[in-house]
Design a protein around this ligand. Structure first.
Ligand code: NDP
Length: 315
């Protein structure tokens, strides 16, 4: 298989990956970045980003990512299409297989592969993506001021998103498939004591409807039971909060992860348990999941990579 040696390999093209590439490029590490399945990452699926500092009027997600990409290219980052399909981190240089056809040997590695929001798998989620369907209340909640929204899920994320949305929207339905919430007690109390939030226990969302945007959700109560009920509810926005899956599978044999698969790093740093391998952005962050926090950790990862290479005499 074709093999190439690089000083600094970055996998992933969200805010963490591109920011790491900007810093690594400026540090003369000649970074090579593979963009993955979805160049630009999760932000390319949102419309306006209004909370990234520096854009008082907001910026579209795809535009922001395109700007970050150009900025990385300007400092010499070698940006390539390709997906990391296998990894061997048992010893340095670390071996990453790209598209099952080429191996890149990396003196330092920055993993910025992100996390993928889980969806229910409804056709309508795709149909209304970006026009009423979202998997991020912090990103998109603002567009639903004084409107009616639904949140799907019964965990901490769903309760947090429902509570956040209730501060903006006029009404929030929380669609929970079980007769109870899985969230922590304190989050449950916040939801149950919020008069704007109505919890629909034992409900499943099975479809959406609307002309040019979401106008309502098709619901089934006690699905599959003899007393099953089907009805529709008018809503303007449909938020998924049924969990995220970090894209860490190929690294798991070598890196410490939590039970969901988030890569664990040394507190406050992007350092993993393998020297010279750093994790940045959502693949290592179950808590904040924001573009700006991802960008910040990408910056830290590049600085760490430079220091590591210097210490190893590889720069
Ligand atoms: P969880 O896995 O905890 O919860 C997922 C929720 O989505 C569950 O209620 C689950 O239902 C529901 N769900 C999953 N699939 C479907 C489906 N197909 N249809 C309908 N409902 C579905 O994920 P979270 O993202 O909420 O939390 C992940 C981790 O992060 C947890 O450990 C959580 O505690 C932590 N966290 C902590 C926060 C905090 O402390 N402030 C904030 C956010 C997250 P069911 O219960 O039936 O399986």
């Amino acid at each position: 298989m074709e093999t190439e040696r690089v000083k600094c390999l970055i996998i992933g093209s969200g805010p963490a990956g591109y920011t790491a590439a900007i810093y690594a490029g400026r540090a003369n590490l000649a970074p090579v970045l593979y963009e993955g399945l979805q160049p630009g990452g999760q932000l390319t699926t949102t419309t306006d980003v209004e909370n990234f500092p520096g854009y008082p009027e907001g910026i579209s997600g795809p535009q922001l990512m395109d700007d970050l990409r150009k900025q990385a290219a300007r400092f010499g980052a070698d940006l390539r299409f390709g997906v990391a399909t296998a990894a061997d981190l048992s010893k340095a240089p670390y071996r990453i297989t790209i598209d099952d056809e080429k191996v890149v040997e990396a003196d330092s590695l920055i993993i910025a592969t992100g996390a993928t929001a889980k969806y229910l798998g409804l056709e309508d989620e795709k149909k209304y993506a970006g026009i009423g369907v979202s998997a991020c209340a912090t990103c998109d909640g603002f567009f639903y001021r004084k409107k009616v929204v639904a949140v799907v899920g019964g965990g901490d994320t769903a309760c947090e998103e429902a509570t956040y949305l209730a501060s903006l929207a006029s009404k929030v339905y929380l669609i929970v498939r079980k007769p109870y919430l899985r969230a922590s007690q304190i989050m449950q109390e916040r939801v149950l004591n919020n008069e704007k939030i109505e919890v629909l226990f034992e409900h499943n969302a099975v479809g959406l409807y609307g002309e040019g945007g979401v106008e309502g959700v098709h619901l089934v109560k006690r699905m599959g039971q003899p007393d099953e009920e089907r009805y529709d509810k008018a809503i303007d926005g449909f938020f998924l909060a049924i969990g995220h899956q970090p894209n860490s599978d190929i690294f798991k044999p070598y890196l410490q992860t939590d039970e969901t698969g988030y890569i664990q790093t040394e507190a406050g740093t992007p350092r993993t348990n393998v020297p010279g391998v750093f994790a940045a952005g959502d693949v290592a962050d179950p808590h904040y999941r924001q573009a700006i926090t991802a960008a910040a950790s990408g910056c830290k990862a590049a600085i760490e990579a430079e220091r590591y290479l210097l210490a190893q005499g590889l720069k």
